[in-house]
Design a protein around this ligand. Structure first.
Ligand code: AMP
Length: 403
């Protein structure tokens, strides 16, 4: 996953495990206190163990990175703590990996971020997952047009986030009447952007739909598999600082706790008394991802191509093969040692099954002449080379394979 973040030009940052309680109260409201580990330190300061890393990373951004060239791309990996009721896939201490992209809210940047999220799981070898994408402005603008002003929406958004549609119906019926409430709830049965009927007095809806369409079109341009991506109007993400695009990624093979990743566009500038800046990010549950990867058939860790198989063909070849293996590993080659001395045929078979680029064979003959048989498995070329010359012989073959 680190390799994928680097490939997308994200820089790794780390922040302290302790944070000031006020940071999360300002971000999420007083209710968050029930969900986190907070305590006083010896000087009476109100501290807590961080429940997530977006607020800490943005604190770091506003304190120290504001003048860096934009867009700024940061990622993190660290333990988080929540006063949750532990259950399968839900822990009090767990690891999150995630990222924040600051200073670019364009469709292209959002699509690239979604592509990054998909790549992380593809590279990890997860075979079944679904990315669900929505836009908060659709929900907010619709609610407004039906008679719920924005300041009154947060409790409703929290019900939507919890997928408590019965509770939502009850709250809406009481507030805007059963007919309008049904009109809003019908929206939750939609599974395509095109099916949305745009009310004339909700201008935000049309704008949000065309933004989402643009993002999804760009995402397809990255080669993302459309079968793994779905429009989901019910993503609310509970908290007010989320602003536009929102998304979640699930592993259908997991039970109740199947959400591996959540994210969206947000604005935390108010928490730090700063000017607004475009920001979007996501966090994935690392422990939960491991559980998903370990679920029977879906576990297929991506295999790295082996550079060289070094095989001893006989007892006397073993110490020589060990030394050649050491020398090649010191040069950062990925080496598979085969010390089973089962003969050339078996060793070549193993090298082929590992898709190795080259094989080095050391049997009695080779030991007697201080030379090894070195074979390029891409071109078929084979040469006899003195032991110390082996790294030099392999070097151009490895470079050719990289091209
Ligand atoms: P959140 O910060 O709540 O959006 O969570 C992002 C991701 O972190 C979720 O999709 C989960 O995969 C993971 N996560 C959240 N809470 C927990 C927990 N208590 N235990 C394990 N993973 C969690």
């Amino acid at each position: 996953m680190r390799r994928v973040f680097h490939a997308f030009n994200y820089r790794e940052v780390a922040t302290p495990t302790f944070e000031e309680l006020d940071l999360f109260l300002a971000k999420s409201g007083p209710g968050i206190r029930d969900e986190i580990y907070d305590f006083k330190d010896k000087s009476g300061r109100d501290l807590c163990l961080r429940p997530e890393l977006t607020a800490p990373v943005m604190r770091y951004y506003f304190a120290s990175l504001k003048s860096e060239p934009k867009p700024l791309k940061l990622f993190y990996f660290g333990p988080c703590y929540r006063y949750d009721r532990p259950q399968a896939g839900r822990y009090r201490e767990f690891w999150q990996m995630g990222c924040e992209l600051v200073g670019d809210g364009s469709s292209e940047a959002l699509a690239e971020l979604l592509q990054l999220a998909l790549r992380l799981f593809e590279e990890a070898g997860l075979q079944r997952f679904v990315l669900r994408v929505g836009h908060l402005e659709i929900l907010r603008s619709l609610l407004e047009s039906l008679g719920v002003p924005r300041p009154d929406q947060p409790p409703l958004m929290r019900l939507i986030d919890k997928k408590d549609l019965a509770g939502l119906r009850q709250a809406l019926d009481g507030r805007i009447g059963a007919a309008r409430s049904a009109e809003f709830l019908a929206y939750f049965d939609l599974d395509s952007l095109e099916a949305i009927r745009v009310p004339p007095d909700a201008p935000g809806v049309a704008a949000a739909i065309s933004k989402l369409q643009a993002v999804l079109a760009r995402l397809t341009g990255f080669g993302a598999d459309p079968k793994t991506i779905r429009f989901d109007p019910t993503i609310a993400r509970g908290l007010e600082y989320y602003s536009g695009l929102v998304f979640e990624l699930d592993a259908p093979d997991l039970g109740a706790e199947k959400q591996l990743l959540g994210g969206g566009e947000y604005d935390l500038s108010g928490v730090f008394g700063e000017r607004p800046v475009a920001a979007v990010g996501f966090a994935l549950g690392f422990d939960r991802t491991l559980v998903a990867l370990q679920k029977g058939a879906s576990f297929a860790p991506a295999a790295e191509p082996v550079d060289v198989v070094v095989a001893a063909l006989s007892e006397s070849g073993i110490p020589v093969a060990q030394q050649i293996g050491n020398a090649l590993r010191e040069r950062d080659l990925r080496v598979e040692l085969d010390l089973s001395a089962r003969g050339a045929k078996k060793s070549l078979g193993r090298a082929n099954s590992l898709a190795a680029r080259a094989v080095v064979l050391v049997g009695d003959q080779e030991v007697a002449h201080s030379k090894a048989a070195v074979k390029n498995l891409v071109t078929g070329e084979q040469v006899q080379v003195t032991f110390s010359e082996i790294p030099r012989q392999l070097e151009p073959w490895m470079r050719a394979a990289l091209r």
